[in-house]
Write a protein that binds this ligand. Structure first.
Ligand code: SAH
Ligand code: SF4
Ligand code: F3S
Length: 487
């Protein structure tokens, strides 16, 4: 049954923006549907927010007697949670819909629904272009799914692409899909109020809104009590998290939220993603540094290392400002790993400006980066104002230079780990061998190491790093953290 599942590779960090979809399956304890339940299948593309949303969708569907299946061939309802970030992401979804069209032709009663960012971007146009699609539901309209499904069952099309200023799904307890039982995501905010000129997200996700911190803490406590040991707080720009109670007497910013969540359980690690460089404050950095269970890892996308390009991108910081932020991070959290997102070949970028990006990568000493070719998105500021004038072969060459440099930096970073003893949270079996566990260090580096008796996923172990590639560390357990006994 699990064959359909696309497993996360051990050896590659999971790209939160990857557009290779992931079939989401239920947890082992809920694999069997009860009589009378209908079956739904859900496949997710794009960022971690989308994966997290799929878990909210699963919860909403569970409440109306649907059970998740990993096999779309048997599903009554096939859902695809889509991404619009680059043209390729949308092309992948279109191809996938062709496969679901075949199911629909064989079983006309099966419903096909498109969720997420592409649904929001294209709205009713989607229904005109994809005749066999029954439902088009934007990211803020998932509560309406039961009603929309009923509409579609009556033979009409169900569409809701309303963007809300309030919706955070705070009261919905997500059904954990495809879970290893150790790591989980909690969505802390939705939308984005930044207007990076290249980016479609503000159009597909709407205005920024922060979720009640007490509902976040309650979700974290629930996860901790169920044995989860690592929580990633999710938002497009977590550092601009901002909440106040209706009376205005209590205000919580991101540093305050981090503190609250870190105090839920010392044994539960906290991560967060993504930080916009303009909003990450010293207060946040000091909070990270003062809690040992907040991981020493910051994803701080630079996009470009050149001030003119950054201005065109509307990132609101320049090269020097970003450099001083990097220095600040390393001075407050010396052991911090920093990763980035980089765009190659943005409108009018010159060779010298591209060189500035390479230089910035070296300066920041990124442990890892997600690297992309610029893809013009309809409706964005850049599409309206600037010409997408860098030839495809130049974009590709620049990207390959960026990738080559990052591989070199990652290897150097990882080689620097050799001989260190790191605390690793065991996530499960290594993909390559059942005799090995895999887990990550606080700095988010994947470590593979031979198993030792008595240890299982969710345990912390001390691992000495013996070897390194640019993507993985290979080590040996020296001690289980709880027992303190040398192995
Ligand atoms: N909110 C996050 C990013 C979300 S989108 C942040 O601001 O850091 C993830 C990444 O996709 C971006 O950081 C950017 O590097 C890339 N991206 C976004 N729009 C793009 C486009 N039009 N072309 C290429 N890459 C893009
Ligand atoms: Fe897009 Fe910028 Fe918002 Fe990130 S911060 S989601 S790149 S507009
Ligand atoms: Fe894609 Fe939407 Fe996320 S465009 S990257 S799924 S917010």
């Amino acid at each position: 049954m699990l064959d359909n599942q696309i497993k996360r590779g051990d050896l590659q960090p999971k790209n939160p923006y990857a557009f290779n979809g992931q079939t989401l399956v239920g947890n082992a304890d809920e694999q069997v549907p009860t009589p009378g339940q209908k079956l739904f299948y859900i496949e997710s593309y794009g960022c971690q927010m989308n994966f997290s949303d799929s878990e909210i969708v699963a919860s909403i569907l569970k409440s109306v007697n649907y059970h998740v299946t990993p096999d779309f061939q048997e599903a009554d309802l096939i859902l695809i949670n889509t991404c619009s970030i680059r043209e390729k992401a949308e092309e992948t979804v279109r191809k996938r819909l062709k496969v679901f069209d075949q199911v629909k032709k064989a079983r006309p009663d099966a419903l096909v629904g498109v969720l997420g960012c592409m649904a929001e971007r294209l709205k009713a146009q989607f229904l005109e272009e994809e005749k066999l699609v029954d439902l088009v539901v934007g990211p803020d309209a998932y509560r309406d799914l039961p009603g929309l499904i009923a509409t579609a069952e009556d033979g009409d099309k169900g569409i809701n692409v309303f963007l809300s200023r309030e919706e955070t799904y705070a009261d919905i307890n997500p059904v954990r899909l495809d879970s290893n039982g150790v790591t989980a995501f909690i969505s802390i905010m939705r939308g984005c109020d930044n207007m990076c000129s290249f980016c479609v997200v503000p159009f597909t996700r709407g205005r920024e809104r922060s979720r009640d911190p007490y509902s976040i803490v309650a979700e974290a406590s629930d996860l901790a009590s169920r044995g989860y040991r690592e929580i990633t707080l999710l938002g497009q720009n977590v550092d601009s998290y901002k909440w106040q109670n209706p009376e205005g007497s209590e205000k919580v910013n991101f540093a305050g939220l981090l503190q609250k969540v870190a105090e839920v359980d010392q044994e539960v690690r906290i991560r967060f993603s993504t930080s916009h460089p303009k909003d990450i404050t010293d207060e946040v950095l000091e909070t990270i540094s003062s809690y040992s269970n907040i991981c020493n890892y910051i994803h701080l996308p630079v996009q470009s290392g050149n001030s003119r390009v950054l201005k065109l991108m509307n990132r609101t910081y320049d090269r020097d400002w970003y450099r001083s932020k990097i220095e600040r991070i390393y001075s407050i959290i010396p052991d911090c790993a920093i990763s980035s997102d980089i765009i190659a070949g943005f409108c009018s970028e010159t060779e010298e400006e591209h060189q500035d990006t390479l230089e910035m990568m070296e300066f920041a000493n990124y442990s890892m980066s997600y690297m992309f070719i610029y893809s013009e998105r309809p409706g964005t500021l850049a599409a309206k104002k600037y010409k997408d004038d860098i030839a495809e072969d130049i974009k590709k060459r620049r990207l390959s230079e960026i990738i080559r440099l990052q591989n070199h930096l990652s290897l150097k970073h990882n080689q620097g780990e050799i001989g260190q003893v790191r605390e690793v949270l065991i996530e499960g079996n290594s993909k390559r061998s059942d005799d090995h566990f895999k887990g990550r260090t606080s700095q988010n580096k994947m470590v593979v190491f031979p198993k030792s008796e008595g240890l299982s996923p969710g345990d912390y172990v001390m691992v000495r790093i013996d070897e390194a590639t640019s993507a993985t560390l290979i080590g040996t357990i020296t001690q289980s953290v709880e027992s303190g006994v040398s192995i």
